[in-house]
Design a protein around this ligand. Structure first.
Ligand code: HEM
Length: 146
């Protein structure tokens, strides 16, 4: 059970990183070149929303079954977790920052839909997706992933 979810979370992350990167670059280029909002902008931003939400669900499940999560282990204190950089990353920083990443993607997607003209739409996507992208890249466990 755990192994299967770990593999899914690990491989799905490649898709998440790829799609969020593409959606962010697309929004930034669209905003700075002041071009018209096109169906592909809608599609790529929606795809980023979907893949991140699925990763959020998988992440929540793995949080409760992974042996690297120590919150439910007897004899392990908060200071043990906070005092070890790797334990802190998996137990605190990665889950918190990834949830924030999904929040920024969701808010950006929803705000861009409410705007009626091209530049404000692309501006919302550019701002919120760039913040989400930077947050996501900052807390991926790179050393243990590749
Ligand atoms: C944008 C969302 C996310 C991305 C891109 C992402 C990416 C990753 C990556 C690349 C790994 C390392 C996999 C490996 O070592 O093979 C990982 C591990 C992990 N993630 Fe996420 N994650 C996301 C969201 C979440 C969330 C929301 C949670 C929990 C609420 C979570 C909990 C975990 C846990 C517990 C591990 C360690 C699993 C283990 O090796 O036992 N992730 N994640």
């Amino acid at each position: 059970m755990y192994e299967a979810i770990q593999i899914v979370h690990s491989y799905w992350a490649y898709l998440v990183v790829l799609v969020v990167t593409l959606a962010t670059i697309n929004a930034l280029i669209g905003f700075f070149t002041k071009r018209e909002y096109a169906p592909k902008d809608f599609r790529v931003s929606l795809f980023a929303l979907i893949v991140t939400h699925l990763q959020l669900l998988i992440g929540i499940i793995i949080f409760f079954v992974s042996p690297t999560i120590m919150w439910f282990t007897d004899g392990v204190s908060v200071s043990d977790i906070m005092g070890d950089p790797l334990l802190r990353l998996y137990n605190v920083e990665h889950p918190t920052v990834m949830i924030l990443t999904v929040v920024f993607i969701t808010v950006g997607y929803s705000k861009h839909k409410k705007k009626l003209t091209s530049t404000p739409k692309l501006k919302m996507l550019a701002i919120f997706y760039t913040i989400a992208w930077l947050l996501m890249l900052s807390r991926i466990p790179w050393a243990n992933w590749f």
